[in-house]
Design a protein around this ligand. Structure first.
Ligand SMILES: Cc1cc2nc3c(=O)[nH]c(=O)nc-3n(C[C@H](O)[C@H](O)[C@H](O)COP(=O)(O)OP(=O)(O)OC[C@H]3O[C@@H](n4cnc5c(N)ncnc54)[C@H](O)[C@@H]3O)c2cc1C
Length: 395
């Protein structure tokens, strides 16, 4: 049986980022790290099926892990992309209120912009308020009455990002075992015995970055169901009409009423020149259901025609969908990221509910995990420092 210091379950952006981060640290002895992945390559699930936006964190509560780690992680991801030649589109993000919204009750959307402004002020994110003419300067064809712009927001190619993290971590010795689905986890006093459909391995520390299946993997390790992931699908259509594709060049999001659960269907340009619209939010039962009962394009046109009247159903072609691994709290809202040291001996770290902005936050999540006491103290006693799970929430 192969023996490792750390076993990471999941080769999405989070698992690959953690693997890379662990190898970058100067441990007392070199680490042996393995990443177990059920598919035959990285980013086959949520990490390869998103908008690629490196969020500023402005949509999140300033004290939340989502907000703090997105802010830190996005800055790290931009530097990483520039260093590694990963395609990056640096357009900034416009959040706008349409004239139609005004007719329906401006106060709700204005209160959203106000909240975003306050978040930006509290966290030092640079934003500017835009009047109709200011908006025209950013997006000449956009019809909107006012909005804000966050110039720092970029869009990354998510697949290239995760592949680079894998290549990087492999170069420093991380082993990737693809086509290995984790089906059983046992532990003794010093290690986990992780069984996949192909092999068993022994690891002194287990990090669960299994995305949509993190609740099931946590249950295997803990022997009870501590977490429940509620899958929420987000669908995309591509704007394919050549003369209309060039009408919008930046990320344009709607200002949603405060009770809205997501960030809203938006114009989503990509570094390779494609323009998508989406994603929506559809609660589903099956974590692998990417396509049944697709939302018709008319609903996407309805959501965005108010900003771009020229947009028609015939301009849109079904593109793809992704599934958010949401954890829903008692009041029906999406929970913050959960990064929990659920067992100290042997260490078990569960990462659950890493939905949006998890891509943005990945490099900061990896730093955060590496700082956790169990990892520090176990593998680097001379540098270990005390960090409780309360400190881990940072705010
Ligand atoms: C529609 C949509 C749009 C989004 N847009 C953005 C955005 O613009 N910006 C942003 O920051 N975030 C965005 N996100 C969120 C972001 O994509 C996720 O937070 C991020 O990809 C999560 O990465 P992960 O590595 O935790 O999970 P995953 O990418 O799901 O990786 C987990 C891996 O674990 C593997 N696995 C699971 N179970 C097992 C098992 N038993 N054995 C072995 N392997 C297993 C899976 O196969 C998978 O490869 C979006 C998400 C969606 C769905």
């Amino acid at each position: 049986m192969n023996t490792y210091d750390v076993c990471i379950v999941g080769a999405g952006v989070v698992g690959c980022a953690i693997a890379r981060e662990l190898m970058r640290r100067h441990w007392d002895t070199p680490l042996r790290v393995v990443v177990l992945e059920q598919h035959n390559r990285v980013a086959e699930e949520t990490s390869g099926r998103n908008s690629g936006v490196l969020h500023s964190g402005i949509h999140e509560h300033p004290c939340s892990l989502k907000g703090q780690l997105a802010r830190e992680g996005s800055a790290l991801a931009v530097s990483y992309a520039l260093e590694h030649g990963i395609p990056l589109l640096r357009t900034g993000m416009v959040i706008a209120i349409s004239w139609d919204d005004i007719r329906r009750g401006l106060w709700r959307e204005v209160s959203t912009l106000r909240r975003l402004f306050v978040n930006a002020w509290r966290t030092n994110i640079r934003v500017s308020f835009l009047t109709p003419s200011g908006l025209r300067a950013w997006e000449p064809k956009l019809r909107a009455c006012c909005g804000i712009v966050i110039p720092s927001v970029s869009i990354i190619d998510p697949l290239a990002f995760v592949q680079a993290l894998k290549t990087d971590s492999e170069a420093t010795g991380v082993e990737y075992a693809f086509n290995n689905r984790v089906i059983g986890i046992d532990e003794d006093a010093t290690a986990y015995i992780v069984t996949t459909d192909r092999q068993s391995i022994r690891a002194a520390c287990l990090i669960n970055a299994a995305g949509l299946h993190a609740d099931d993997v946590a249950a295997l390790a803990l022997r009870y169901k501590k977490y429940t992931i509620c899958p929420v699908r987000g669908e995309y259509y591509e704007l394919v009409t050549p003369e209309k594709k060039s009408l919008i060049g930046r990320l344009v999001y709607p200002a949603l009423p405060p009770q809205a659960t997501g960030k809203g269907i938006h114009f989503s340009p990509r570094p390779n020149g494609q323009l998508f619209v989406g994603p929506n939010e559809v609660a589903i039962q099956d974590k692998t259901d990417y396509t049944s009962r697709k939302t018709p394009p008319s609903l996407f046109v309805e959501a965005l025609q108010k900003f771009l009247p020229a947009l028609e159903e015939g301009d849109l072609e079904w593109a793809y969908s992704g599934i958010r691994p949401c954890v829903i709290t008692g009041d029906g809202r999406k929970s913050d990221f959960i990064i929990a040291l659920d067992r100290e001996n042997p260490p078990l770290i569960n990462l659950v509910g890493i939905e949006s902005p998890g891509l943005s936050a990945a490099l900061a999540i990896a730093k955060h995990v590496a700082e956790l006491l169990c990892v520090q103290k176990r593998f680097n006693p001379s540098r270990g420092r005390s960090l409780s799970s309360h400190d881990a929430r940072m705010c």
